[in-house]
Design a protein around this ligand. Structure first.
Ligand SMILES: Cc1cc2nc3c(=O)[nH]c(=O)nc-3n(C[C@H](O)[C@H](O)[C@H](O)COP(=O)(O)O)c2cc1C
Length: 183
């Protein structure tokens, strides 16, 4: 069974990015889906100690289960609000903790650092028009170069300060999800 790992970067109940992520996922019968919320993970931010450059792994063990799920996943779905032009702070902390794979690739010479290839999707909600999309996309594209992961879908819904996704927007996200997983 193909495995989907979802990491959600919003803490809000009425989160637009979370709602669109659910539409993107649709009914995932026939897939094994595991969803994490970055806020619930209470993740320690990377402290730059350099331990992952000396030995494979991380000085913290709080993301061991998450990273094991990541390594096994076939699909990675990241959903996030735009906060000051980037992802929310807990999601940024999770993102930085992928540094162990950068160290595996460049300090330990393991290529690919992540054995199983993943297809990735990004789902972003922004309060203002056009903000954050390119910055967040560029951040993950750069990171994915060492994660054996290809970014194949970006859903961006902006101006949430003034509007909510209407039926047509939700339908188009659903279709994009169907294509992403089954196309
Ligand atoms: C701390 C904070 C920072 C924000 N920074 C931005 C920003 O830089 N650009 C923007 O367009 N919207 C910004 N917003 C608005 C959110 O992106 C917007 O409300 C979005 O819908 C939140 O996503 P969610 O509905 O999935 O929680 C910010 C909101 C908060 C709370």
């Amino acid at each position: 069974m193909k495995k989907i790992l979802v990491i959600n970067g919003s803490a809000r109940k009425a989160s637009v990015s979370t709602a669109l992520c659910e539409s993107f996922l649709g009914d995932k019968a026939g897939f094994e889906t595991k969803t994490y919320n970055a806020y619930s993970l209470n993740v320690k931010p990377c402290c730059g100690c350099g331990m992952c450059g000396k030995t494979v792994g991380c000085c913290y063990d709080d993301l061991d289960e998450f990273m094991a799920d990541f390594e096994q996943a076939d699909y990675l779905v990241i959903s996030t609000p735009v906060y000051n032009g980037s992802v929310s702070a807990p999601l940024k902390a999770v993102t930085d903790r992928f540094q162990r794979y950068y160290a595996m690739r460049f300090d330990h010479g393991i290529k690919p650092a992540v054995a199983k290839h993943k297809k990735a999707a990004l789902i972003i909600a922004a309060g203002s028009k056009g903000e954050g999309r390119e910055e967040i996309k560029a951040m993950y594209e750069r990171m994915f170069t060492v994660l054996n992961t290809s970014l194949e879908s970006v859903i961006f819904f902006d101006s949430t300060d003034k509007r909510e996704p209407d039926e047509a927007a939700v339908e188009s996200v659903k279709q994009e999800g169907e294509y992403f997983f089954n196309g």
